[in-house]
Design a protein around this ligand. Structure first.
Ligand code: ZN
Length: 197
């Protein structure tokens, strides 16, 4: 199977890149505030792993909400990083990118804890996998870490700690704010792994 990985440059997708070494990695700048830092992190990780990396820009920040968009939190979620239909959008772009390049699977770095969002749940991922697979190209949507938490994923992946040092997790800025859910997760994972600076 020739796989495309949606690589955001966060801990989860970096660990999957190191673990599964996909044929192609893709970072999508959809207008999220930390896009530049995510692109830098993903580019450096791919350079170090010797993986092909590409970036596409499809800005939809006008349609975003919450911390990632620099807007008020959506009334439809209590989570400040919620962005409506984001995974549906990103997976669709991934499939659109994959098809003409003869890549037959799109990997997303969703982990167990992401099910706080409907589009991070196993039910959603199974349904969108069915939806995409029945269309031309028969592309598979795969979430290889859906049953793992981030610490388990890091351990399974055997990713080098120095590589995770490049991870960008902040939802609000190019520089880690230290306060958002992304930064909190990053700190907590590093603490549990004993990799704190
Ligand atoms: Zn932050």
């Amino acid at each position: 199977m020739s796989e495309l990985l949606l690589l955001s440059g966060g801990i989860d997708s970096i660990a999957i890149a190191a673990w599964l070494r996909p044929a192609q990695c893709l970072t999508i700048d959809y207008g999220q505030r930390p896009a530049a830092a995510e692109v830098d992190a993903a580019s450096e990780v791919c350079r170090r792993l010797g993986l092909f990396h590409d970036v596409i820009r499809v800005p939809i920040n006008e349609l975003g909400s919450g911390a990632l968009a620099g807007k008020p939190v959506s009334e439809f979620s209590s989570h400040e990083e919620f962005w409506p239909f984001r995974n549906q959008f990103l997976l669709t772009l991934g499939a659109m990118y994959a098809m003409p390049r003869s890549l037959n699977a799109v990997l997303i770095g969703t982990v167990q804890n992401d099910s706080r969002h409907a589009d991070g749940s196993p039910v959603f991922l199974n349904q969108i996998a069915d939806l995409v697979a029945q269309q031309e190209g028969g592309i598979a949507i795969v979430a290889p870490a859906i049953h793992l938490d981030t610490v388990e994923l890091v351990k399974v992946s055997n990713v080098d700690p120095s590589l995770l040092g490049w991870a960008h997790s902040c939802h609000t800025s190019h520089v880690a704010c230290g306060r958002c859910p992304g930064c909190n997760k990053h700190s907590e994972v590093m603490r549990v792994l004993g990799w704190e600076l």
